[in-house]
Design a protein around this ligand. Structure first.
Ligand SMILES: Cc1cc2nc3c(=O)[nH]c(=O)nc-3n(C[C@H](O)[C@H](O)[C@H](O)COP(=O)(O)O)c2cc1C
Length: 311
């Protein structure tokens, strides 16, 4: 549909609705429900150079309006992904974005280089924000200096569009976004999960084996909308909004806060066709309002009580 395309660097997405990393694996199962070629793209599960088994169980816990996870970036490694999973995604006509992980800056660069050489990978999303890897949820995206040096390094290794995925577990998300932009990012996506914790009061044990976990789902949406608003006022590159999006109205909130595109994550577990419904709802909203997508981006205004007539 005209008026729905979004540019991320040199990549033109056919529309602004993507599937978020970690919530649809490498796309095989969701492809039974969703025509991946009709979406803006799929961001596949985070990948390192080698396969990883992730954290020990339990690693999922449902919370009010959300879930805690401590999967710990389980994955098959970038080479197996390219060999075994990418062909089906290519055949299905999907726009494929790889969520790139690394234990070191060198590994982030290596994985990005493999993506750069693989036909059928359209862009990378650098995951500098997973809370489930290091103790106390630390990650490169918590420091402005590390964000800048890592993105500058990876930028040199890739000619494909580079999205940087930001953490909400920071004091000043706009400052980190600015460092990513200065390092050469083509876009930023946010938010990754919010560091959380839940305890079984009968046993006194935490609900996840790593103690903490990443909170996702509708519970985090207002945090994500606020951060997208702050970041979109701080950078000139496109912002991709993520966090608790379940329907078109949720997505439109993010556009009005300043996002050019959105990703649907946890909602897929409850409703595997959520992304298609979000896309259809955006189309009918825009038709009803007689507007193009870029005419609603960043249009939110601060709400005020209407002053009543004196007397
Ligand atoms: C089970 C699970 C696994 C995830 N794995 C990844 C991952 O591999 N890489 C990443 O960048 N984000 C990962 N995320 C974070 C999501 O992509 C998304 O940023 C976050 O969940 C907020 O969006 P949502 O509320 O729509 O799920 C994961 C989230 C969940 C729930």
């Amino acid at each position: 549909m005209a008026g729905l395309e979004v540019s991320i660097g040199s990549l033109r997405l056919r529309n602004p609705v993507l599937l978020a990393s970690g919530c649809v694996g490498y796309g095989e199962e969701i492809a039974q429900f969703v025509d991946l070629s009709a979406l803006g793209g799929i961001v596949v599960k985070g990948l390192y150079m080698s396969p990883r088994i992730g954290n020990p169980p339990p690693r999922i816990w449902e919370t009010p309006s959300g879930m805690l996870n401590s999967i710990g970036l389980q994955g098959i490694g970038i080479h197996r992904f390219v060999r075994e999973r990418l062909p089906a995604l290519r055949q299905g006509g999907a726009t494929v974005i790889v969520n790139v992980c690394g234990e070191t800056d060198e590994e982030y660069e290596q994985v990005t280089r493999v993506c750069d050489e693989a036909d059928g990978i359209h862009a990378t999303e650098l995951n500098i924000s997973c809370p489930n890897i290091q103790e106390n949820g630390r990650c490169p995206g918590m420091s402005q200096e590390h964000t800048y040096s890592l993105i500058s390094r990876v930028r040199k290794a890739s000619s494909k569009p580079l999205i940087v995925k930001l953490s909400p577990n920071v004091t000043d998300v706009a400052a980190i976004a600015t460092s990513a932009e200065q390092g050469g990012a083509d876009a930023v996506s946010l938010i990754n999960t919010v560091l959380g914790m839940s305890i079984d009061t009968e046993t006194g044990e935490t609900r996840t084996a790593t103690g903490m976990g990443g909170l996702s789902g509708p519970a985090i949406r207002p945090i994500a909308v606020r951060m997208v608003y702050q970041v979109s006022h701080a950078v000139r590159i496109p912002v991709i909004g993520i966090g608790g999006i379940c329907d078109a109205r949720d997505a439109i909130e993010f556009f009005m806060a300043g996002a050019s595109a959105v990703q649907v994550g946890t909602a897929n577990f409850m409703n595997p066709v959520a992304s298609m419904e979000v896309l259809a709802g955006i189309k009918s909203y825009l038709a009803r309002k007689g507007k193009k997508l870029n005419e609603i981006i960043g249009t939110c205004q601060i709400g005020r009580v209407q002053e009543s007539e004196p007397g």
